[in-house]
Write a protein that binds this ligand. Structure first.
Ligand code: NVA
Length: 379
């Protein structure tokens, strides 16, 4: 029985994993995660399990998502929450707690019949893939074509990070300059990527070079998938470039929303323009601040879950985003989800594809001189 198949974010969704908020922790500060907690956030320095009342509210909204998906005929699997409040000790680092399993999208990268557990760049997220083992064992037992792949386990020693990246004198202005120059907290010591930095468009993977994904991570993907094209993209304007799905979000073949304060640079647009893709500025978010104790930005407004080429689930309070998508020809299903944001993101983050109809298509048959294309560079 074929269980795993997904080549993009918009073909008809039939089977998906939806995360859980149980036991989720605010993990201790670490070289990479200082990046995730904005400088002015009250979460800086906080650590430990999240308040139970907030866990329950988040789980209610996650249940709401499950019910909606099931009512539309989508099969849903759920992870097993670990006791995330346990310390992680490896030969290379120690950290006081883990994080959670609300955002499977960060960890699991589905490419065709493969599901790859990403290395993950945060020490606190090193063992998060275990939350999905039972589900993947089941796929493995039932689906002879499912390939269960783990990317090389990173060391995450101090050598992986620029340990002075977030020194006290850093400002948002400095971070903006650095990220525009591709100077990130993660170095090129080893293969690093988070699954949510990879945008899948059939034969082409567009990978955000940011705080959680480096060039070696892209090179690993290129070697794993020699028949595909791996592109390195980046979005100046984002001081915390982590995960591509509140920045560059496809709605259907030929149409992508781009965060208007994190625009894809001109030269990186060529491949889209040459193939008739429209890149549209996303609508303004409804909120000026993220919810309390949330790592992510207000741009979770565009972090939607596309069910098919005409249908999309959008957070209920994001009316401008809904209207824009409606005008772009999508049927919008609003769903309350803000209570789940603090646990690791929006509707796209909270899910990971298992099965979408369709095959690997070439959406970019016109190859132009493309500065984003990743190729091996001998050192
Ligand atoms: N760094 C992103 C997270 C996207 C899910 C943001 O907060 O905008």
């Amino acid at each position: 029985m074929k269980i795993v198949n997904s080549w993009n974010d918009f073909d008809p969704l039939k089977h998906v994993i939806v995360g859980r908020a149980d036991n989720c922790c605010i993990s201790p500060s670490e070289p990479a995660s200082k990046a995730k907690v904005p400088l002015d956030s009250p979460m800086r320095g906080m650590t430990g399990p999240r308040p139970l009342a907030t866990v329950e509210k988040a789980n209610e909204q996650l249940e709401g998502l499950v019910k909606l998906l099931e009512s539309r005929g989508v099969k849903v699997d759920r992870p097993d929450a670990l006791q995330w409040n346990q310390a992680v000790v490896t030969p290379h680092f120690m950290i006081g707690s883990m994080f959670g399993c609300m955002p499977p999208r960060d960890v699991l990268l589905t490419i065709g019949s493969d599901i790859i557990s990403a290395p993950m760049s945060f020490r606190s997220r090193y063992f998060e893939f275990y939350a999905y083992s039972r589900i993947q064992r089941e796929y493995f037992d039932k689906d002879p074509s499912f390939r269960w792949i783990a990317a090389p386990r990173p060391e995450l020693s101090d050598a992986s990070y620029d340990m002075h990246y977030f020194d006290d004198e850093v400002t948002e202005e400095i971070l903006l300059e650095r990220t525009a120059k591709l100077h990130m907290v993660t170095k090129e010591h080893e293969i690093l990527f988070d699954a949510a930095d990879v945008l899948r468009l059939g034969k082409d993977l567009f990978v955000q070079h940011g705080l959680t994904t480096n060039r070696k991570g892209m090179e690993w993907l290129r070697r794993m998938y020699p028949d595909m094209r791996v592109h390195a993209v980046n979005f100046p304007g984002d001081p915390y470039p982590i995960h591509i799905d509140a920045t560059f979000v496809p709605l259907r073949p030929g149409l992508i929303l781009n965060n208007p304060v994190r625009k894809l640079p001109k030269e990186q647009r060529k491949i889209f323009e040459a193939n008739g893709w429209e890149i549209v500025d996303a609508a303004q978010p409804a909120h000026s601040q993220p919810p309390e104790l949330c790592y992510s930005s207000v741009w979770l407004s565009m972090n939607c879950l596309v069910l098919d080429h005409k249908t999309v689930i959008v957070e209920a309070s994001e009316t401008a985003q809904q209207e824009q998508m409606d005008k772009l020809g999508m049927n919008v299903i609003p769903l309350p989800f803000r209570d789940a944001y603090a646990f690791g993101g929006g509707l796209h983050c909270a899910t990971a594809d298992v099965y979408r109809e369709g095959v690997c298509q070439d959406y970019f048959p016109h190859q132009v001189e493309d500065p984003t294309l990743v190729s091996f560079q001998e050192k």
